[in-house]
Write a protein that binds this ligand. Structure first.
Ligand SMILES: [Zn+2]
Length: 183
């Protein structure tokens, strides 16, 4: 009986490590796809590998507080998401090319408002806290240039071979679903 209790407890701990995302809009959903092996993230989601400068298109904006007029809706498959215009146009080109190659994926997350990042950080925890969310104000999602994608291994391989042609790159080593438009 003691063993059973210990095992049940371990399962509870494991379940707690991959908090399900209710609507697949957050990074937690990507964890459920098995693309991560459960090791602690080496970097926060959305934490730029550069020095955190705002992209040129957001020079006068604040992270997570972009002017809605600068954001463009894109169909994510399960919902509609927002990106800044340059990133949205580039993503549509990328997706068209992917589809032409028989590669289909959906979007889990794109632009997040500051308050949405606050909610995500509360749910997943920030890296400082042992979680996987960027601190509010520091996520690339707050600049409207990043997408989280539902990628299986084959789709990820396509992205790694082709996304650069459309200005997208992996900016968070531990998060292969997270792609950012760098132009
Ligand atoms: Zn992301």
């Amino acid at each position: 009986m003691v063993l059973a209790v210990v095992v049940a407890g371990a399962n509870s701990l494991l379940a707690g490590r991959s908090t399900p995302a209710p609507s697949g809009q957050a990074d937690g959903a990507a964890h459920e796809q098995g693309l991560v092996d459960g090791e602690p993230a080496q970097q926060q989601d959305g934490q730029p590998q550069t020095d955190g400068e705002a992209p040129p298109s957001a020079t006068d904006a604040e992270n997570g507080r972009l002017d809605p007029a600068t954001l463009v809706p894109i169909d994510g498959g399960q919902g509609t998401y927002l990106l800044v215009a340059d990133a949205a146009a580039a993503f549509e080109d990328l997706r068209a090319s992917a589809r032409a190659a028989g590669v289909e994926f959906e979007i889990n997350s794109a632009y997040r408002t500051y308050n949405e990042q606050v909610a995500l950080a509360e749910r997943l925890g920030t890296l400082d806290e042992g979680g996987t969310a960027a601190k509010p104000g520091e996520s690339e999602h707050g600049w409207g240039i990043s997408v989280d994608l539902t990628l299986d291994f084959e789709e990820l391989s396509w992205m790694r071979a082709n996304a650069g042609d459309f200005g997208f790159t992996e900016t968070v080593a531990a998060e292969p679903w997270h792609w950012t438009y760098i132009g």
